[in-house]
Ligand binder design. Structure first.
Ligand SMILES: NC(=O)c1ccc[n+]([C@@H]2O[C@H](COP(=O)([O-])OP(=O)(O)OC[C@H]3O[C@@H](n4cnc5c(N)ncnc54)[C@H](O)[C@@H]3O)[C@@H](O)[C@H]2O)c1
Ligand SMILES: O=P([O-])([O-])O[C@@H]1[C@@H](O)[C@H](O)[C@@H](O)[C@H](O)[C@@H]1O
Length: 529
């Protein structure tokens, strides 16, 4: 007996599709009670055996059951770097959207929105209704937290209140800033951990809001207490701690320091220099049951922190928001290679004038960013041994310059040179003005919302009584939103943008009992039986 499932009826306060359409799923395999939805999904993949130049493909089927707890959790977001350009933009945007603010610009009246957010502003193809293709909003497929409902707070080494921080950021229009003033001027970030050696020396003048003392164990306990207090004060069911503070230098990764959960905890107890502020935030989050996301490029998520997250069944994700120049690259290079054109040279230059750019103007912080920006084409190159028969990657050059005048309005200039047919070359020269915080802030919502959703999804093998399990702690599903995805050990990194989007939406539709969109569209040139 098929069941018609429409979860909006369960939560009258959850707008199912922003008032446009109601999505109901009519499936015989779908079971739901008032608390959860169980779907069955036949996962088809190819088991591959290679031997020399021969490949053997064995199609395999795996029958999954997905169990989604339907009611979104009351969720808090704690931002490390709350007073920064991204942090103040995130908070301001939720207030503006929640209060349906509009403001005057020289181009006319602008209304608050969540453009640039995958969860809030994209749609997913469901199929053909006989006369047109039907798409549904991403956030109508399963119940998700609304960014308007997020409780947001955080830490900063600078004590500017969020109104001052917003003005300093030069991201929002003055009319909006003044409307937000009463909502933001009373919020001051919590004092944070400051170890000068990890961020640029030019950030020292900002550090007037720091936790005193040099004992890393005490710093850990203070951050843990902050997380506990935040959770209890707001009655939260889910907390995500997200690093949007300055890019740190890489930390050493070695046995005895941070290779295991025990080592990272012992190294904190022993006050080891190589334990970074972001390491401490990650450990504190995990120990307090809060999920941790790294929006910056440094290697916070060392093996010991990954092991600790697994022990505590907490999600972690990173690294480095994929917001502008690299985001375009992750789609464009996929397009070029898929077209049979061979990128030979990729030069990505940008200059920016915000504090991020100032921090990145020092060599060790730039190096963290150069690493995360450089790895984004690796999977696309490896996918085509016709073009890249010798495995030689394209020349790939990253340049970042600090030019204060442009502020948060980063100017990215890229040149792609490809080998094409019969010895020709195609050159793409792209000028891309990236309003950095307006591009990154939506990703912060998505990272938080998808992490909370994944905390409500469990899986089991169909046809068995095996218990339902949570996904792996390293939430590689967040790769769409990150430049250098951290993935479970031994699994591949995927950066091609549309493949990442497809993986995310196909999981959601599988959990909702909706047939995955194969794009084959056989119904248009065959007779469906
Ligand atoms: N498009 C983007 O904006 C984008 C894209 C990818 C990555 N990022 C990364 O996001 C981060 C934030 O970018 P931003 O433009 O908001 O930078 P920002 O400099 O404006 O904000 C960073 C904030 O972190 C604070 N801070 C530094 N160390 C801290 C610590 N230990 N604890 C708490 N606060 C601390 C600083 O005082 C500052 O207010 C940077 O690492 C940047 O590389 C940004
Ligand atoms: O995301 P993206 O535009 O490729 O990369 C950007 C860097 O090139 C830039 O220096 C700074 O704006 C951001 O930190 C961001 O990481």
């Amino acid at each position: 007996m098929s069941s018609l499932f429409n979860w909006s009826s369960l939560f009258s306060n959850t707008p199912i599709t922003n008032g446009t359409r109601q999505l109901s799923v009519n499936s015989s395999t779908l079971k739901n009670d008032s608390q959860s939805l169980i779907s069955e999904f036949e996962y088809r993949r190819n088991e591959i055996q290679t031997s020399g130049s021969s490949i053997t493909v064995t199609p395999k089927k795996h029958n999954y059951r997905f169990k989604t707890t339907l009611k979104p959790k009351k969720t808090g977001l704690l931002l490390v770097g709350l007073g920064g350009n991204n942090g103040s933009t995130v908070i301001g945007a939720t207030i503006a959207n929640r209060n349906k603010l509009s403001w005057e610009t020289r181009n006319g009246t602008q209304k608050a929105n969540y453009f640039g957010s995958v969860t809030q502003s994209t749609t997913v193809h469901l199929g053909w209704d006989g006369s047109r293709q039907i798409y549904t909003p991403f956030n109508s497929i399963l119940p998700m937290v609304s960014p308007n409902d997020l409780i947001i707070d955080g830490w900063d080494i600078n004590n500017a209140n969020l109104y001052e921080a917003m003005k300093r950021a030069h991201v929002f229009e003055p009319d909006l800033i003044e409307q937000l003033k009463p909502h933001m001027e009373t919020t001051v970030p919590k004092p944070s951990i400051y170890y000068p050696d990890f961020i640029a020396s030019n950030q020292g003048s900002r550090a007037n809001n720091v936790i005193h003392g040099n004992c890393k164990k005490e710093h850990l306990e203070k951050i843990r207490a902050d997380i506990r207090e935040f959770k209890e004060k707001h009655g939260l069911e889910c907390v995500v701690v997200l690093w949007t503070a300055n890019t740190e230098r890489y930390t050493t990764v070695e046995a005895g320091l941070n290779m295991t959960a025990e080592e990272i905890l012992t190294s904190i107890d022993q006050n080891k220099d190589e334990i970074s502020p972001s390491n401490i935030f990650a450990v504190a989050s995990i120990l307090e049951g809060a999920h941790y996301i790294n929006g910056s490029p440094q290697n916070t998520l060392v093996p010991g922190i990954i092991e600790l997250a697994q022990k505590h069944q907490i999600f972690i994700g990173g690294d480095d928001f994929k917001s502008g120049q690299t985001k375009l690259k992750s789609a464009l290079v996929d397009f070029l290679v898929t077209s049979g054109l061979k990128p030979e040279s990729i030069v990505s230059y940008n200059h920016l004038g915000n504090n991020d750019g100032k921090n990145l103007s020092e060599a060790r912080q730039f190096r963290s960013k150069e690493i995360s920006k450089s790895s984004v084409v690796d999977d696309m190159v490896a996918a085509n041994t016709i073009l890249f028969e010798d495995g030689k990657k394209p020349d790939h050059c990253i340049v970042i310059k600090y030019v204060p005048f442009v502020g948060d309005s980063k100017r990215a200039m890229d040149e792609y040179i490809c080998s094409i047919f019969m010895g020709g070359h195609q050159t793409l020269a792209i000028h891309n003005t990236c309003e950095d915080s307006l591009l990154a802030a939506p990703l912060i919502f998505d990272l938080t919302i998808i992490t909370e959703l994944c905390s409500r999804i469990q899986y089991a093998s169909a046809g068995t009584d095996n218990d339902f399990m949570a996904f792996h702690s390293v939430l590689s599903l967040l790769s769409l939103l990150l430049k250098a995805p951290v993935v479970p050990n031994g699994t591949p990194v995927g950066n091609a943008f549309m493949r990442q989007f497809g993986a995310l939406t196909k999981l959601l539709t599988a959990c909702a009992g909706i047939a995955a969109d194969t794009d084959l569209q056989l119904e248009f040139f065959t007779k469906l039986q």
